[in-house]
Ligand binder design. Sequence first.
Ligand code: EPZ
Length: 428
Amino acid sequence: MDRIQVRGGNRLNGQIRISGAKNAALPLMVASLLTDEPLTLASVPRLTDIAQLGEILAGLGVQIEQQPQATGSGSIGHTLKLHASTIASTEAPYDLVRKMRASFLVIGPLVARCHGAKVSLPGGCAIGTRPVDLHLKGLEAMGTEIELSDGYVIARAPKGLHGARISFPFVSVGATENLLMAAALARGTTVLENAATEPEITDLVHCLQAMGARITGTGTRTLTIEGVDRLKGASHTVLPDRIETGTYVMAVAAAGGEVELTETRADLIEAVIPLLRDAGVSIIPTAKGIKVSRNGAHYTGVDVTTEPYPGFPTDLQAQLMALMCTANGVSRITETIFENRFMHAPELTRMGADITIEHQTAVVRGVERLRGAPVMATDLRASVSLIIAGLAAEGETTVNRVYHLDRGFERIEEKLSAVGADIRRTKG
Ligand code: EPZ
């Protein structure tokens, strides 16, 4: 298994190019199931999650061609042409779905286009139980019979889907995406109330609109979808990855230095910028993206609670915790989206951090400095928090189980070493 070794203490200086968003690219790839014409997606990051979803889609009959990215992008990203001229199978098996929860998104488009699907339940994962009841209740409201059998969801809508008014009891990114895609081909009008407003949802809406879908309320908590008989092919560029952007902001804040993050936008991390400015980090929007710097001065602890967009994202909670380990004073970090997303805390403690977990809140008392140690990556965002801690620590940190990182951070060690970090991968 590969490991990443980081020797802390180097300041970071230069530019880092931000990739397309993993969590936008995944549902966009699934949207290809809605049409028999090709869907071309540019700026898709090269990640194992993307390859894995490609495998699932190929099993359903989608032909996928990879094309190199436009000039000037170096080895970052690629263009995918996805063509579901016919659906060869409507079954997504356990072995593939269990590896990545986002693959459950195929159920809505398959039922909409083929009037039936058999998709494995994704099961729990390290960060929590993560049920899919909202996805299923929404499909039922649209005329689908749902049967659970041997770990599979068998969905049947012999007469096709019809529109419905669906009010989510709480915000779910995945359920909003699944039902948005299903509703695009349903008969009549669907209204999704208390829908997610994450930028990745808006990106999906823009792509579906380019495919001919009729959707209003973009970016608000109420999405209205007038179903159409068929959708057509389109070309779409995936939006920049706001979680990767925020991650590198925190890496520079932790290590010190000055880095411009390019091909990204400040508005994507609106909840993060004031918080880090309060802590003492300089963040300035530029023509190409964002410039982040911390030169010498120390930074102070902040309190934060994770929330659905536009609040502070759960996918940046671990990275913020790593940064706060060496802040002046006490930070209180409250996680409200997932019930078990503090697995990085004991690993950070191994590096000398002072963290106490009180129910949903991690109380982080800043220490003078962290010390490098062997640590274990437990999930995607937890892994990168250990790299951030390693950049600021004294001595060497070895992060084991880095396959988690490869799921969501494109060429991370190349991007960080190009700005001066002492980081390398050991194959094993
Ligand atoms: C998406 O997951 C992201 N994944 C996650 O990113 C992200 O952490 C999460 O949204 C929240 O922002 C992708 O976009 C591929 P949810 P998703 O449905 O859609 C509960 C990463 O690191 N829930 O908004 O699965 C659920 O258990 C990943 O890139 C139900 O109870 O998240 C959670 O507590 C991790 N029933 C909460 O809602 C349901 O039917 C929010 O989940 C659906 C969700």
